[in-house]
Write a protein that binds this ligand. Structure first.
Ligand SMILES: [Zn+2]
Length: 119
């Protein structure tokens, strides 16, 4: 006799979605605050990083372009970060106000993402 298979219970963990939403909220708050209270903006970014690390959520490409990993300053091009394109290594080099440099590769496969366009 053919017994119907018991339906697989779909378990959706809501935590990754909640954490991602919270991280995005904190990053957008930081971006709004950076021209006024820079310390508060840095605190928001640090909170977002701690939250993501605690839940083992990788900071993906779109979010990596938004802040400095060493001083937690949210990046605004022309205000606290400058972007130069290095054609030899095919990288967009972001130089933060604190002096730290970060290179992001660019190509046809990976179009450049600027902080202004993502959030
Ligand atoms: Zn920095």
């Amino acid at each position: 006799m053919n017994m119907p298979k018991p339906s697989k219970k779909i378990r959706l963990d809501p935590m990754p979605v909640i954490v991602a939403r919270r991280v995005d909220t904190l990053l957008s708050l930081a971006k709004k605050e950076v021209r006024g209270d820079e310390k508060l903006a840095q605190k928001y970014v640090k909170l977002a990083c701690v939250l993501a690390a605690r839940h083992r959520m990788p900071m993906k490409r779109e979010r990596k372009h938004l802040f400095c990993k060493s001083c937690y300053r949210p990046w605004i091009i022309g205000y606290n970060v400058k972007v130069r394109l290095d054609s030899k290594t095919r990288r967009a080099v972001y130089t933060c106000k604190c002096g730290k440099k970060k290179g992001f590769p660019y190509s046809k496969r990976f179009p450049r993402i600027f902080p202004q366009t993502t959030l």
